[in-house]
Design a protein around this ligand. Structure first.
Ligand code: NAG
Length: 99
């Protein structure tokens, strides 16, 4: 086999082995009530209903709290009161705002 062919085959094998781990590693699929409370504590003023929409700065404590978390997972943990007080769309949007 040519060197190039071997290199391409190796690359495919390595990618296949590595990528499932990458997907899990980049975005933690699970979140805890603690994570949710942390996000609300630091991002609450960005997500509360009826407030003018503000985008948190990338280096804010809010983005630090949101970092690495699946915001849909955070939203799923909101209780009735929090659901009523916070704009779920705004929480989901933190993911893009902070990236
Ligand atoms: C929702 O969670 C908040 C923060 O933990 C708490 O203060 C509030 O009492 C809870 N509300 C309900 C209905 O469980």
């Amino acid at each position: 086999m040519k060197h190039q062919t071997v290199a391409v085959l190796l690359l495919i094998v390595v990618s296949a082995l590595v990528s499932p781990h990458l997907v899990i590693g980049v975005k933690r699929p699970r979140c805890t009530v603690e994570d949710k409370n942390n996000v609300l504590a630091h991002c609450g003023h960005y997500t509360i209903r009826g407030h003018p929409k503000e985008i948190p700065p990338k280096h804010s404590s809010c983005c630090k709290a949101a970092e690495g978390h699946d915001m849909q997972c955070i939203v799923d943990l909101l209780n009735v009161t929090e659901r009523k007080n916070h704009d779920q769309r705004a929480i989901i949007d933190l993911e893009t705002a902070c990236n």
